[in-house]
Design a binder for this molecule. Structure first.
Ligand SMILES: Cc1cc2nc3c(=O)[nH]c(=O)nc-3n(C[C@H](O)[C@H](O)[C@H](O)COP(=O)(O)O)c2cc1C
Length: 357
């Protein structure tokens, strides 16, 4: 691909971080829905707080807590520093890490180190490569896939579905034909797990079923209620082309806040799994607007194997409080477990959730 294509990719990744840190990109009038639930209090927990154990498993491997740092960045020089810090922190807590889209590494080899640094800083955790649905739809060669996986000594590949983001992106690729077919081929090509995620609009039970039937191992719902990628791209569009609307003012608000709330995705996919034993082993990640250990706990009781976070992690990293933020989230989680009478994460998964009135 041309150098100008490469510079657009680099500009895009750079401005995404800047806009996510400083822009007004939260959903308006829509929340994750996780806040609607609370655990039934256990007045007789029969648990010692000091015995509470946050470890669990993900894709058959033990991890320190049911939390993952979601895919964010890579592919330009400053990204190496961000990825280094994210990887060191993930290693410290023994939690999985996704890197940002590796599209740039397919265009040329100039910034591959910004991805490879993660494995150097985090030799033992699960690290996942990342690529977008449009690239998958165009058909990735086996050597492309091998290059991305080898660069990270990856534990699997994440593919992100981001139709709404591409729709708003000034240079977006809106040809989403053949994604499912190509995904099914991909699951036959690589023996490693494939994780499919959205980026903030959520995955419905219908789509989850199509993905699981295509051989996908893990679904990360990345639902609505956190960051709106339509808003991120609308800011980039306005910077380039001014404020002339592409959509009618009446429709714009609906489109900018489009998506299925995170809790709704979890509820619907849980029902799908309950009704279809063939999908029982599929692991679900709760993400999209995770803000605390309480959100993590509710996610687990709604059927998620773990929760994942991007923007809150980026903001904490920027403020120099990443380790502290994760520590407080894990303390929140322990507090909930204590008050429900759960010593292990597996016990917490079965605790009763109530709908708040
Ligand atoms: C700065 C930034 C860059 C991101 N880049 C990617 C990416 O390259 N690939 C991807 O799959 N998701 C990407 N995401 C989306 C996140 O992985 C996540 O799905 C989404 O932001 C919702 O989670 P959150 O509400 O915790 O931020 C990015 C998120 C942020 C904040």
């Amino acid at each position: 691909m041309s150098n100008s294509g490469d510079s657009i990719t680099i500009e895009r990744k750079h401005s995404h971080v800047e806009i996510c840190l400083h822009g007004d990109v939260a959903f308006s009038g829509k929340t994750t829905g996780l806040e609607q639930f609370e655990f039934e209090h256990n007045a007789l927990p029969e648990v010692s707080f000091s015995d509470i154990d946050l470890s669990t498993t993900f894709l058959g491997k033990n991890i320190g807590a049911p939390l993952m740092i979601s895919s964010m960045t890579g592919g330009y020089s400053e990204a190496a520093m961000l990825n280094q810090h994210l990887a060191e922190t993930a290693e410290h807590f023994n939690i999985p890490l996704g890197v940002g889209s590796m599209r740039q590494t397919l265009e040329n080899s100039s910034h591959r180190e910004s991805f490879a640094v993660t494995r150097k800083c985090a030799p033992t955790i699960q690290i996942f490569a990342n690529i977008g649905a449009p690239e998958v739809a165009q058909g990735l060669s086996e050597s492309d896939i091998r290059m991305m996986l080898d660069l990270l000594e990856a534990d699997g590949l994440i593919v992100h579905l981001n139709a709404a983001q591409e729709l708003f992106q000034p240079e977006g690729n809106t040809d989403f034909r053949r994604v499912l077919d190509q995904l099914a081929k991909l699951t036959n090509t690589i023996t490693m797990p494939i994780i499919i995620k959205e980026v903030g609009c959520g995955i419905s039970a219908t789509v989850a079923r199509q993905l699981l039937e295509a051989g996908v191992s893990v679904i990360d719902v990345a639902g609505a209620g956190g960051i709106s990628w339509q808003k991120v791209e609308e800011i980039r569009y306005t910077r380039q082309f001014g404020t002339e609307n592409r959509f009618s003012p009446q429709a714009l608000d609906t489109l900018l806040n489009w998506g299925i709330p995170t809790a709704q995705c979890l509820l619907d996919i849980k029902q799908l799994k309950d009704e279809h034993p063939e999908f029982r082993d599929a692991e679900i990640i709760s993400s999209g607007g995770i803000q605390s250990g309480i959100d993590i706990a509710v996610s687990l009781a709604l059927g998620a194997q773990l929760a994942a976070s991007a923007r809150s992690m980026l903001k904490a990293l920027h403020e120099g409080t990443l380790e502290h933020t994760i520590t407080t989230w894990l303390n929140d989680l322990k507090a909930v477990m204590f008050l429900c009478g759960a010593t292990t994460i597996e016990e917490l998964r079965n605790k009763r959730l109530l709908l708040k009135h």
